[in-house]
Design a protein around this ligand. Sequence first.
Ligand SMILES: [Zn+2]
Ligand SMILES: [Zn+2]
Length: 140
Amino acid sequence: MANKLKNCPECGRIYVDTGVGLCRDCFEKEEDTMQEIASYVRDNPNSKVKDIVDALGVKERLVMRMIRDGWFVTEGASLEYPCERCGTAITSGRFCDKCNAELQKEMERSKEKLIKQAAAEAARAAAAKNIKSLDMGNKL
Ligand SMILES: [Zn+2]
Ligand SMILES: [Zn+2]
């Protein structure tokens, strides 16, 4: 993978992106912050995302990413954060169970719709062909 020059989203400095998404300074700072968050959660296993953000003055985005990366699973803490769809408190993934089920259903429904659309399209094309051959038949 080729390294690209990018602007660091944190400090705006130009850096060589190695896939981390931050310049080296900011990345190291973020690693420190992540350790800080991890030890806070170790001490306060029942804390919510908002508690951590308020207590440490860190970015919610960072805490969320750590949750998704499974940072706190080993700590035995089940951090709650809102489902991206309905806001219900969840502890893993992006959506609550209910939304997961609904999204699954929606996906299946849109798949069915696509299949039906394709079938209708094919039927229409076939019908058009039939009409054409009927026209020709009439002319004969
Ligand atoms: Zn930076
Ligand atoms: Zn939900």
